[in-house]
Design a protein around this ligand. Structure first.
Ligand code: ATP
Ligand code: MG
Length: 446
């Protein structure tokens, strides 16, 4: 019999070199020797020495190296470990630079870069950027977008957690779509027809009956057959749902609080990336809200333009509304409420005093819808009737109706598109810029 040799892993021994990759603390190490690892982002040859820019987990650090032999061998994108002295240098971005004492090459690239990734700006088209995404994301500014996106989600999560929400994970292979329409991906599920989830709607409502307040961050699939600057075929949805609400205003209040807390967190913990990308954070004291019918009238009155679509906003109309509201109130956010029932899904509650109008809202930020939310139907008879009047088959929604049949509190919630929010926050025209590996009508790789 073979004798197997085990080694033991306790998880208590951490990689020491990692400690100093948090270079925000580098200043504390001035005049001392540190061990760092990272990738050679850029080599700038000078007389008698070279500047090496070391790309670490979060920062790019200027290093000075005068070892000729080593410099001959070194190429950009080589992964190295180095021993270096931390030296104060006011002209360097971080206020310190590293003087290389020893450098070990851990891995050298096998080929030259097909695109320039280490310039101040990435001067390539969005398509090229996306074609070479595994590489172009290494660009200092490009990756900062996604560091900020991490910060946005951290902000959302910690706010929701503090407010009693439980994080859930619902299936993405489903039996029926929640949002309706034609933009649903069909798939073959062992010979049966199934779909990719258009939203976690049914599941988060069911979970309100369990945990009262829930949220989910997960993929959402929409077979958008058009190529627009605001649609992806797979995006990250931030959804929450809360029970025992008095009205959908409770949901709007919660969202305003969540955005506020998140912007504060970004300001405190992501100033490096905010500065690098020149981001102007919006202020939220209170977010103005107006009814859909009023918003329509306001745009028509101020711009003299009438839009064809009367039950919804056209993108251009959203943009104009945003501009008007900002001019009037200073707010870059605006809630629009009471959308017509025709354009809203079957689970949305209608205003009992004004049937035809829904107890729902959209949040528009810098000219683009980033959220749809509202109060849901919790009463069994009401939900059943709504399905029937819409000509939908209640049997297809049996597990959804099971929840209503057995008692549900008044509840409501919302869905926010992470890429759309990120794009608006950073001032991007195209939502693809805020997605690591976008899926659009033409793109399935990388
Ligand atoms: P639109 O009218 O702009 O197509 P929607 O009203 O169909 O969007 P919802 O079903 O309300 O979208 O989805 C909730 C949120 O998810 C939206 O407010 C938006 O932020 C985001 N979202 C929706 N569809 C997409 C998409 N295809 N790509 C990226 N984000 C999306
Ligand atoms: Mg919407």
């Amino acid at each position: 019999m073979k004798n197997y040799q085990y080694t033991s892993i306790s998880g208590t021994e951490q990689n020491n070199a990692y400690e100093v990759t948090h270079v925000s603390q580098l200043k504390e190490y001035v005049d001392r020797t540190v061990i760092m690892h990272g990738s050679i982002y850029k080599i700038r040859k000078m007389k008698g020495f070279s500047f090496l820019i070391l790309r670490t987990a979060r920062f790019c650090i200027q290093c000075v190296c005068d070892d000729k032999e080593l410099l001959n061998e070194l190429q950009e994108e080589t992964c190295v470990r180095m021993e270096a002295e931390v030296v104060r240098e006011e002209r360097a971005k971080l206020g310190v630079e590293l003087h290389v004492k020893h450098l070990t090459i851990l891995s050298a690239p096998a080929a030259l870069m097909p695109v320039v990734i280490n310039g101040k700006l990435m001067e390539t088209s969005l398509e090229t950027k996306l074609d070479f995404r595994p590489l172009t994301l290494r660009n200092e500014k490009e990756r900062a977008i996604f560091k900020l996106q991490e910060g946005i989600l951290r902000g959302f999560r910690s706010f929701l957690q503090e407010n009693g929400f439980t994080e859930i994970h619902s299936p993405k292979i489903v039996y029926a779509g929640a949002e309706g329409g034609v933009n649903i991906f069909k798939l073959d599920y062992f010979g049966r027809e199934a779909y990719l989830a258009q939203s976690p709607q049914f599941y988060k409502q069911m979970m309100v009956g369990v945990f009262e307040r829930v949220y989910e961050v997960g993929p959402i699939f929409r077979a958008e057959k058009h190529d627009t600057a605001r649609h992806l075929n797979e995006y990250t949805g931030v959804d929450f749902e809360m029970g025992y609400i008095e009205s959908f205003h409770d949901v709007m209040e919660m969202e305003a609080g969540m955005l506020n807390a998140t912007l504060t967190m970004l300001e405190q913990e992501y100033s490096f990336e905010l500065e690098l990308l020149g981001v102007r954070l919006p202020r939220i004291e209170t977010i103005p809200a107006l009814k859909f019918s009023e918003a329509k009238a306001l745009v028509a009155e101020r711009t003299g333009r009438v839009f064809r679509e009367s039950h919804d906003f056209e993108p251009e109309e959203e943009r104009l509304l945003s501009e008007i509201v900002e001019r009037d109130t200073g707010s870059e956010f605006v809630f629009v409420t009471h959308y017509p029932a025709q354009k809203r899904p079957f689970y949305v509650m209608e205003d009992p005093e004004n049937p035809g109008e829904t107890l729902s809202f959209d949040l528009i930020f810098r000219g683009l819808e980033i959220t749809t939310g509202g109060q849901r139907i919790h009463d069994y008879e009401m939900q059943l009737q709504k399905l029937q009047t819409r000509g939908m088959d209640p049997e297809a929604f049996e597990s959804f109706l099971m929840m209503h049949r057995h008692g549900m509190p008044p509840h409501g919630g919302l869905g926010l598109g992470l890429e759309r929010f990120t794009a608006r926050l950073l001032g991007f025209e195209n939502v693809r810029q805020a997605c690591l590996f976008p899926r659009d009508i033409n793109r399935l790789t990388p």
